[in-house]
Design a protein around this ligand. Sequence first.
Ligand code: ADP
Ligand code: ZN
Ligand code: ZN
Length: 740
Amino acid sequence: MFAEVSFPISSYQTFSYKVPDHLAPKIIVGIRVIVPLGNRKVKGIIVGINKVSSFKGKIRTIYDLVDDQQVLNDNLWSLIKWLSKYYNSPLGLAAKAVLPSNLSTKYKPKVEFLVEALPVKEINNSLGSAQKTVYSHLKSLEGRVHVKSLSSLCSNPKDICKKLAEKGLVSLLDRPIIPDLSEFAFKSKNKEIILTSAQNVALEKMVSSMDKDKFNSILLHGVTGSGKTEIYIEAARHAIKINKTVIMLLPEISLTPQIAGRFRSAFGDDVALWHSKLSQGARAWTWKQICGGKFKVVIGARSAIFSPLKNVGLIVVDEEQESSYKQESPNPRYHARDVALMRGKLDNASVILASATPSMESYYNHLNGKYEYIHLKERFGGAKYPKVHVVDMIKESEETELYGNIFSRLLLEKIEDRLSKKEQVILFHNRRGFAPILRCEDCGEISMCPHCNIALTYHSSGKYLQCHFCNHTKKTIPSKCDSCQSFKIKLSGTGTQKVEDELLNKFPEAVIKRLDADSVRSGINLTRILQQFYDNKIDILLGTQMIAKGLDFANATLVGIINGDTGLFLPDFRSSEKVFQLIYQAAGRSGRGEIPGEVIIQTYSPENPVIKCATELNVEKYYNICLEERKALLYPPFSWMVKLEIRGKNISEVEKSINKIKDRMTYPPKGISILGPALCYREKLRDYYRMQLILKSNKELDINGSKLHKYYKSIMSKGVSNEIPSKQRLIIDINPVSLL
Ligand code: ADP
Ligand code: ZN
Ligand code: ZN
């Protein structure tokens, strides 16, 4: 028997291996194996089984299986094949996304040792001095202690305890170390939840959808604070009742502690967490437990969509508009929302796409009747929508004759007011660091990352400059301009650290905490800060998009948006959608409890239609404007899109390669148009220049996108990849979320 094995490499080639007799009964397609490749041992996945091998060379033998139980069911295997085909990714890479190579069901957690003195009347053996010390210490204690805790008594407590155990004086016990997931979930106050009639209608729809045992997709469009999370919990309860499992996707790690806390108080240890801040041990353990069917619910970031849960009945994609659901790299460049829909189809599950600000795609799909639609128009408990104040920062500067001020007078006044009332404030600013730019006032030169075409951000904490793309760090701040030698170099722009400094100055009595990628290196720190805010121990929470959505704090009655325009002018067709959603979501953190809330949006472009709709919190108006624009320019959701990008260190070579591809696109089929080639907006990243070609296909002529797929594959199949120098990279991005 021979097996065809695919590896997580960017080649489509598969390799033949002989199956040893003792493994033959266990070998099936989709199982992972360890095999020799060159002089290495590598993991691969079996993609085919044959009686004879067509390969003429020497055939080597499989060493072993990666897992000691079957992990993939037919549906997950189909999902891998779909990922590979749809996202143009070799099977080995698609398989690796679903089955990360550092996870295996053979994982054995580390063990810890516990020891306890036994009631012994008489000691017959002679004891060494360390043994004596340890033993008499243990006798003085009650119950078991960690062997580790004895290290102050002797240098090798484990050995000593073993010897004592052999002599029958103590009992020594080993126990696997189970990661404590409660560190990542916070303790919510228990409250009685009786769904309102609107919530019940929504729940009923989900329940009847699940009961049909057929794939169904629902867009749950519920304003912020309408109780969507309570509905997910009840829907999950039903799924569990009918013996199904649940995947709950969240776009941002900052959302997990609270939502996981709410789920854990409903379902206890049936809930697993899955995100990047888990330690490798915790991931390995969690994954093994999922494979073993120990969890009913998995809550996590985008890769949680691949959880090897059996019998998935409900998939919730919360804040489904978020671009973090898209994996930019490595291949497969999948979108977890689309994968969720595909997994739902394979598993006959109900897929709930939920948001107060759906993506244009999902909103449009709803308008076209592709999704069942549930609209929750009101906040729970009669909580009012917050009152919004718009501050025109240009006027503000003119009136105060202070330019570049971070806080308007109104915002300061309102913060003061909340502090005096012991209510809480959330300040949102979507730029971390202290100042995003270091610029020469004489010649205008900006300190740039030497590897990327991106300005370096100044961080006040360690006084260094850092590239937010590649993390390149410059430890010394130049005292003069590199280009004209002038000493007039100045920090400009505002990051969260600067906002924090100013806040501390203005409100020295207040407890202020900052939440951004710099302040929360670990998930535990994140949980701690959010928990403190929830418990009213923090007055002002300042942060980036991490705190803009999903969070629920009843006593937060003021939200301040420091600069509503951030990101508005990025040359990407989705930039205005993102700005609208961020402002709307951030505003939605205010006044969620009994006390009505307010929002202050500072902007330099109050007349901009996006800002206007956002400040009016008018979703429909904005979505209509946006859809009109997209339609006129034939951007998604009115077209399918594929981005072809070439990266290389030599710009003229990159240009040559991209032109070669373009030259093959002489007569695209009707409905398909080609933009570019052009330099990407971020034209150089990590020393690689980037040029792109965008292919768009009119949906009216290409209902499911298959025409575009066929077209780009036909272009690529004519040996293009062979023509591209091996030093360059060709990246094919299906349904890109960003063209930057
Ligand atoms: P969303 O996810 O739609 O923004 P949440 O689920 O966070 O809204 O609900 C907002 C707040 O209202 C939460 O504190 C939640 O516990 C509370 N809430 C929602 N529905 C109910 C209900 N039926 N009974 C009690 N509290 C509710
Ligand atoms: Zn200069
Ligand atoms: Zn860089």
